[in-house]
Design a protein around this ligand. Structure first.
Ligand SMILES: NC(=O)c1ccc[n+]([C@@H]2O[C@H](COP(=O)([O-])OP(=O)(O)OC[C@H]3O[C@@H](n4cnc5c(N)ncnc54)[C@H](O)[C@@H]3O)[C@@H](O)[C@H]2O)c1
Length: 353
């Protein structure tokens, strides 16, 4: 189990801190008393959680590109992090079909640059590369739950670039990190949902945009099944891995970070749950738009993190949806209250035993 007090005064470098997961993570770490440096491009959407969360003046906030090795290295040299959590990525499947080269440059060479900086920065004791459930060779076998030992070979450029990001990390681990005083893991997370995601082409943000405009929610593919989890679930695990492996290589590994089977549901059911939880007669319609290939079925075997860290999911899908609706109503009502709503959720989530 995670001990958040471990992070007090620890120097943590987060890449992708201006994104959805990165902002939540930054807020948790700042609240825990960590010294945080964020390195990333500007927030990827407008509006965005990073501005709403009001964390910028509580951290060392660096706008930079992970493809720019020289700049990245100068930030490592100056900050001397003890813990590095790598989240920065081009994370959208459809975007990767439009811009495959940019996706590979960011997700593969960006990761190589981070690994190289970790290799050359002796202060780093714990490094986590965040990838995705889409890293596996997925032949759409119904009800198949991927195990960590299965082949890595994502289909589309996003998924595949994340498989490559894993491989780069594995090679650095075998070639360099194994003889160094740094522990290294990767975490393959499922689809996260939660308040404050404004990304294009993600289902919950699509629902919220529709509600905001008083429109029916349009679902592209209601039959694709995904392992949905609240954004605080993987963040909890990332922090747990970084804490436990700090100074103890026994906890290093490649970990699936997914919910229990009951939370692997199809997009239609997820949207129906959103409508029911939101109320006010919100409704949805299925309208297939002939988009590029995306896996129909995705589920993760989560026994390894359960066994290694004693972790169990805390908020199942109904609770996640309740939190999304509560958060969004706060956001619609008064944007200034968003940081308080974040802290309220963080406190509630982390106090569960
Ligand atoms: N959201 C999900 O459902 C999900 C699921 C599995 C894995 N992930 C992974 O988690 C991580 C964070 O995802 P998110 O949902 O917060 O994404 P996001 O789009 O909200 O944030 C991405 C972050 O990366 C930064 N970034 C993008 N390109 C960059 C570059 N070239 N240089 C520096 N920074 C750059 C952005 O500025 C932003 O801070 C990603 O690695 C993603 O692949 C996300």
């Amino acid at each position: 189990m995670l001990d958040l007090s471990f992070y007090k005064d620890k120097k943590v470098l987060i890449t992708g801190h201006t994104g959805f997961k990165g902002t939540w993570l930054t807020r948790i770490l700042v609240n825990a008393g960590a010294v945080v440096c964020g390195y990333s491009l500007g927030a990827p959407t407008n509006p965005n959680l990073f501005s709403l969360a009001k964390v910028e003046d509580k951290i060392k906030h660096v706008i930079g590109d992970i493809r720019d090795y020289k700049h990245l290295k100068s930030v490592f040299d100056e900050f001397q992090p003890e813990i590095v959590i790598h989240l920065a990525a081009q994370p959208i499947v459809r975007e990767s079909y439009k811009n495959p080269l940019y996706t590979y440059e960011t997700n593969v060479m960006g990761t190589a640059n981070i690994c190289e900086c970790v290799r050359l920065t002796k202060s780093v004791k714990s490094f986590l590369n965040v990838t995705t459930d889409k890293v596996y060779l997925n032949e759409d076998m119904p009800d198949h739950a991927f195990k960590e030992t299965e082949p890595l070979d994502g289909y589309d450029p996003y998924s595949n670039s994340k498989s490559c990001s894993e491989l780069v990390t594995h090679s650095y681990k075998k070639s360099f990190f194994k003889d160094m005083d740094v522990s290294v893991s990767t975490a393959r997370a499922g689809n996260v949902i939660g308040g404050g995601d404004f990304a294009k082409d993600r289902i919950i943000p699509d629902c919220i945009r529709a509600v905001e405009k008083n429109q029916e929610i349009v679902v592209r593919n209601p039959y694709s099944t995904r392992p949905y989890q609240h954004v605080l679930e993987p963040l909890y695990i990332y922090l747990c891995i970084c804490e436990k492996q700090y100074g103890n290589k026994d906890f290093e590994g490649y970990f699936n970070v997914g919910p229990d089977d009951c939370d692997c549901i199809n997009t239609g059911d997820l949207v129906a749950l959103f409508c029911q939880t939101w109320g006010n007669g919100v409704s949805w319609v299925s309208r297939y738009d002939g988009g590029p290939h995306e896996a129909t079925f995705l589920k993760l075997d989560n026994w390894k993190i359960k066994d290694t860290f004693g972790w169990r999911p805390r908020w199942h899908i109904q609770e996640c949806m309740k939190k999304i609706v509560e958060f969004t109503k706060v956001y619609f009502n008064n944007k200034e209250d968003v940081p308080f709503e974040m802290d309220r959720e963080i406190k509630e989530f982390f106090k569960v035993k």
